[in-house]
Design a binder for this molecule. Sequence first.
Ligand SMILES: [Zn+2]
Length: 344
Amino acid sequence: MRATIMYQAGDVRIENIPDAAIRQPTDALIRVARACICGSDLWPYRLKPADGQGQNMGHEAIGVVEAVGHDVRTIGVGDVVIMPFAWSDGRCEFCHEGLQTACVHGGFFGNAEVGGAQAEALRIPQADGTLYRLSTGEDHALMASLLTLSDVMGTGHHAAVVARVGKGRKAAVIGDGAVGLCGVIAAKRMGAEQIIIMGRHPARLALARQFGATDVVSERGAAAIERVRELTGGFGVHSVLECVGTEQAMATSMGIVRAGGAVGRVGVPHYDVVPQAQPMFYRNVLVGGGPAPVRAYIDELLPDVLEGRIQPGLVFDRTVDLDGVPDGYRAMDAREAIKVMVRP
Ligand SMILES: [Zn+2]
């Protein structure tokens, strides 16, 4: 079968690899109907060293189940399913607490052990816990928005939950990538009265406005902090959705969060130490977040997608087949595309 392999920064190839197959009785095998390229895939696209190891890419998909192992009970052949970016058994204490990304039998897609979703097919460990069965067909009109429930919409929602967005509160979203844009949707959905999007890309900012952003801040560094404070009566925002993962984004978060506020981090941190520990302490700022338990959030978000109250699928502005995946990486890296959908 054909799959996407990343060899080093800038070197993504579509290759023939051994067919995905059931290995454990709890596995399912899916044919990938839709996948996508994630902002987090751009980190290895920029930084992966040439170590001779190829990495299987892709961790977001909607698939059609082609086979299931002997112990799979709730998922059957022919089901159309959302594949969250992490697999989980659905049975351990972390899964019961709604933190499937800490599942004791869990793990993350997009590596040599389990393969990646930017491929024709994929083995799904712990299929009963991992997969979410849809009642829609694989060519449903809302497929783009449904696909975001495998990662970006759930991740934006997680940032808003951790940042304690609520009715009448002020929120800022750092990052105008697909996750940041979904963070705007989440903040609006959870009742934020003011939503400041921080970014510079005109098409993305227009989409943020469409999703409910009330203000745009395109400055950077100290000027950005000053501007957010001006917009919020001098005190800053209750909730910061940090959707980038750089040290600068965290420093900006600390500068714009109000005393007693919260920062929800969902961008993979590319720094070792959270800056400004003393201001964080003296101003009672909470910093939290991590890999979003998107599996837990599908129940809550799916009705809003199916009934058209939210349209996170608008973050996709390009669709490619597998041959188009390398150029899809290039386009996202060059910020020509917000998010690329893959139809293998
Ligand atoms: Zn578990």
